[in-house]
Ligand binder design. Structure first.
Ligand code: ZN
Length: 159
């Protein structure tokens, strides 16, 4: 069957950046199974897979706007080192979850200068073009439960 809204789709994928570095891959792991049309995967990939069949191989370059968004300078902030109490040795590259206005944010330490620590709350893949190499392994219809929950059940699923 063709991939359409409320299909449960299983894919093998490899994701590379513009330099050909592998960012993520299902190779050597379980393939990815998701509910199509529910926003479970990035829009650029979801739109490309629409109408495809089991066995189809697809390559697509997804610009940031259809991926994880543009890199946002406003998400770079400076905080005092005092806010990292209990961290024995603060280093560039460390990742922390901090309380945000609406939901928790994931930040990465990008610079440390004296008492000032620069943190970046951009999603690590923000601003990047994502090159997907995808093979459709299986397509089935979602169950009414899956549709109402907005995610898949069963192997690789939520419950
Ligand atoms: Zn559920």
């Amino acid at each position: 069957m063709k991939i359409a809204k409320n299909s449960v789709v299983t894919i093998d994928y490899t994701l590379t950046d513009d330099n050909g570095h592998v960012i993520d891959s299902s190779e050597g792991q379980e393939p990815l199974t998701y509910l199509h049309g529910a926003g479970n995967i990035i829009p650029g990939l979801e739109n490309t897979l629409e109408g495809k069949n089991t066995g189809d191989a697809v390559k697509v370059s997804v610009p940031p706007a259809d991926g994880y968004g543009e890199w946002d300078e406003k998400k770079i902030t400076q905080v005092s080192k005092k806010q990292f109490t209990g961290i024995e040795k603060l280093e560039v590259g460390m990742e922390f979850t901090v309380e945000g206005d609406k939901h928790d944010m994931y930040v990465t330490v990008t610079k440390i200068e004296g008492d000032k620590v620069t943190v970046d709350a951009n999603y690590p893949l923000a601003g990047k073009t994502l090159n997907f190499d995808v093979t459709v392994k299986n397509v089935r219809a979602a169950t009414p439960d899956e549709i109402s929950h907005g995610h898949i059940h069963g192997p690789g699923g939520h419950h």
